[in-house]
Design a protein around this ligand. Sequence first.
Ligand SMILES: [Zn+2]
Ligand SMILES: [Zn+2]
Length: 561
Amino acid sequence: MSGKSTRKGDEFVFVPLGGVGEIGMNLYLYGFGQRGAYEWLVVDMGVTFGTEYEPGIDVILPDIRFLEEERHNIAGLLLTHAHEDHFGAVPDLWPLLGNAPVYATPFTAEMLKSKLGEMGIEPSFPLEVIPMGSRRTIGPFDVELISMSHSIPEPSAVAIRTPLGSILHTGDWKLDETPLTSAATDENRLREIGREGLGALICDSTNAIRDGISPSEADVAKTLSRLIGDAPQCVAVTTFASNVARLGSVAMAARAAGRELVVVGRAMYRVIEAAQATGYLDPALSFYEETAFDKLPRDKVVALCTGSQGEARAAMARIASGEHPNVGLGEGDWVIFSSRTIPGNEKAVARVQNALADQRVEVITDQDALVHVSGHPRRGELEQLYDWVRPHTAVPMHGEGRHLEAHAELAEALGVKRVVRARNGTMVRLFPEPAEIIDDVPVGRLYRDGNILTSADDGQVRERRKLSFAGFVAVSLVLTTKGELVADPEIALAGLPASDLQGIPFSEIARDAAIGTVESIPRPRRKDPALVSEAVRRSVRAAIHQVWGKKPVCSVLVTVL
Ligand SMILES: [Zn+2]
Ligand SMILES: [Zn+2]
């Protein structure tokens, strides 16, 4: 135990800063102490990825304004597992919060080191590797890791004990007796935690709208083995690189079918290295690099590829478009999408699958065969966990609105006395009970825009969306000190049609509007460049709108000679 005694007024609070009400970007805080003077344990610090709605943005991170203000009260960061939505923001954000330690199990720590190395970041914080299932004190908390099943090695739930009471934070989990990587969900330990008396269960909601129990990773391995055995020619499998069990299953199936494994895509190599270093893949596992692909007989190859989400720069998209330097597929070859399409990626995945079909490649997805299972609990698994741990309070997390609500209603139906519907930024007092929402803290999103971290509120991405919709017009005016135009305005256009329906070029429409406006302004007032610029901007946009029906972004530069 932490050995700390409580003072009157101490509280144990939970504050999600990301992951509750959205997919991805998980960031959870647990605080203990007097109101307004809590000491914090941070659990996970993940990212999400930009979509077409965020042009030019690859990575989206949680806004850590609140944590920055609390930076002197942070005891440490505990990572539940090495998925991007749980640890991807550590290199960018954790160094901004001082040098409190990061705690991670061996595989997660290996993945974090590899990520830091790839980003060229020297860690400015201590990284403490802690064993699976270990128990230790972090700040005011007695913290115990509990093995769960998921779709990556070493997923942990976290039991957090204080003198006021205990909670269980599940991380990402499912029930799987044969997860084919690290230990299965530790049912005995979970039951014991239930017997000790559990205040609150803060639990994964991702699959709370799906009935039943998810199939096992071992069932997927069987299907893959059968398909790879049946494939007439080359077979490629694309999956999440971090799904080490799946990589292992594909490798085994290849060996059983007398085929060589070729690994295509950098992310795969990184995970294989981390998994071999920590014992989750056989260090003797032999595979070829992608340059060997063309030298091997096509019916003796399994290509394991990145890009299951249709990512434009990953291996599968480049293979599908025929642009991969080393790997090409064609008629009679098979591609197995051993993956789920993450919401938001549907179009990108469809593009890749259609391009493969155009090349007469056979595409097999989880709609056709059991080639993927989710790593998250369906309703039957949630019921099982609630039965084992019997919490007083349920706080659904990790999901969008409808997942959270389905989970909340399920918990109520299972007889949980209190269900707290939290969202990012709500401060929930867990103890003293009854649990309730007591405050709000600022939350939001950050964009990694090129090499710069910016707030999503800064506006440049909104502006990019506008530009993509209606283009851009620049007008340059040169005036004498008396307010005469020295020459016709210069116009530059981007993203507009060449001309209107009558064939008049848009540059001409813009120039006429600019000249007309300048001439309509009384001479003495033309000495105010801001006034001229704004009047011209409005009139140019209006003139273009009149013929085109759309208003471009417009900038007017005024020079007075
Ligand atoms: Zn996960
Ligand atoms: Zn997750």
